[in-house]
Design a protein around this ligand. Structure first.
Ligand code: TTP
Ligand code: MG
Length: 373
């Protein structure tokens, strides 16, 4: 229909940006160790360790090295590959910094992982309302201030924005204007559809579906018989349609920080030794002070080497000290006394609109314990 997108006039089409950092973990490593610049780099355990790579630099990718590949295979493909262990704390820190750049442009941000987010800039007045210029500005600020590069996709919906951010990767961006959507999807290969992995792609190919145009040619019923509950999604996205809103997530109900350790912590002393660093991190996250009056309890989370977990919490309105967390941590450890893979600490927050009765000041709940698998 001329003059409309999915029945919506052009002027009302949404402006969605998908930002995806370039080889994120590897780029952060290079930032802090510039001697690694330009070298084939993998982030993951050593080749002897049976671990897999989190990611690889573009120099390593030229040799066929990929995310989720065993380090040993990667080293075989690229013998000069430099392997560095992951440092999640550092990636989180950089991720927060990237997020705070996003916040200069819009409040409607949906993070997907440490290195990816959707932004709805429909109502943004920055850059004269041009999503293309906003994306360029965000990427420039990331590069100038953080010394990292990002790619971006700009489109009227999340599906297309995500496809587009991959189009000119690395360090590039790509725009799909509402009036170009129909033309764009016609030639889009099915494997570019988010959620279509190797298996589904093969199934589609076997059914003669190579592009979105091929899917468009099939009735919904036909797709349902072959793809079940995913049929609706394929039916819509093959037409470039996706109404999903950019979800900001609910109001913050807790503020916790956690760390996964490269080597399991074998004893309570090892766990306690990790606490000051976590506490420092948590204090930094709380430092803006906006949550100070909403503290309603504090919590310690422990995941053991067998992936079983436990959370200990107690109610309180006071800013917890390191000693408060230590007490909880000792309790959590006592339950299983097994090597620890992950530790987290933080506070529960009262919801902003919770009026009603204040909690009695002296109320103390007994130690609580819950197991999560
Ligand atoms: P991706 O955005 O998939 O990859 P990337 O940022 O490294 O590279 P690209 O330039 O292609 O975007 O993932 C982001 C980070 O998530 C990545 O740096 C490491 C981590 N990760 C894993 O730990 N395991 C995985 O299997 C993948 C795919 C990513
Ligand atoms: Mg990325």
């Amino acid at each position: 229909m001329a003059g409309t997108a999915y029945g919506i006039p052009w002027a009302m089409a949404r402006k969605i940006i998908h930002v995806d950092m370039d080889c994120f973990y590897a780029a952060v490593e290079v930032k802090y160790r510039p001697e690694l610049k330009g070298k084939p780099l993998g982030v993951g355990g050593p080749a002897e360790s049976r671990s897999v790579l989190c990611t690889a630099s573009y120099e390593a990718r030229k040799f066929g090295v990929r995310s989720a590949m065993p380090s040993a295979t990667a080293k075989r493909l690229c013998p000069q590959l430099i392997l560095v262990p992951p440092n999640f704390d550092l990636y989180k820190k950089e991720s927060y910094a990237v997020h705070s750049i996003f916040e200069r442009f819009t409040k409607r941000i949906e993070p997907l992982s440490l290195d990816e987010a959707y932004l709805d800039v429909t109502d943004s007045e920055h850059c004269r309302g041009s999503a293309t210029l906003i994306a360029r500005e965000i990427r420039a600020q990331i590069q100038n201030e953080l010394n990292l590069t990002a790619s971006a996709g700009i489109a009227p919906n999340k599906f297309l924005a995500k496809v587009a951010s991959d189009w000119n990767k690395p360090n590039g961006q790509f725009v799909i204007r509402p009036r170009d959507v129909s033309k764009f999807v016609i030639t889009l290969p099915v494997e570019k559809i988010h959620g279509v992995g190797k298996v589904t792609a093969k199934k589609m190919h076997d059914l003669g579906l190579r592009t979105c145009a091929d899917i468009q040619a099939k009735p919904l019923e036909w797709l349902k018989e072959r793809f079940g509950s995913s049929a609706d999604y394929y039916f819509r996205v093959s037409r470039g349609e996706d109404e999903r809103p950019v979800e900001m997530g609910g109001e913050r109900k807790s503020l916790t920080v956690e760390e996964t350790f490269d080597r399991d912590l074998e004893s309570i002393d090892d766990c306690l030794a990790a606490l000051p660093h976590l506490y420092g991190d948590w204090e930094r996250r709380m430092s803006r002070g906006e949550y100070r009056d909403r503290i309603r309890g504090y919590v310690v989370k422990v995941k053991f080497h067998d992936f079983k977990g436990t959370t200990h919490e107690t109610s309180s309105r006071h800013w917890p000290t390191e000693a408060d967390f230590e007490k909880l941590l000792r309790n959590a450890w006592e339950r299983r006394k097994k090597p620890v893979r992950l530790l987290g600490i933080g506070v529960r927050l009262e919801s902003e609109d919770a009026g009603g009765e204040p909690e009695p000041e002296e109320e103390k709940r007994p130690w609580q314990l819950s197991f999560r698998l």
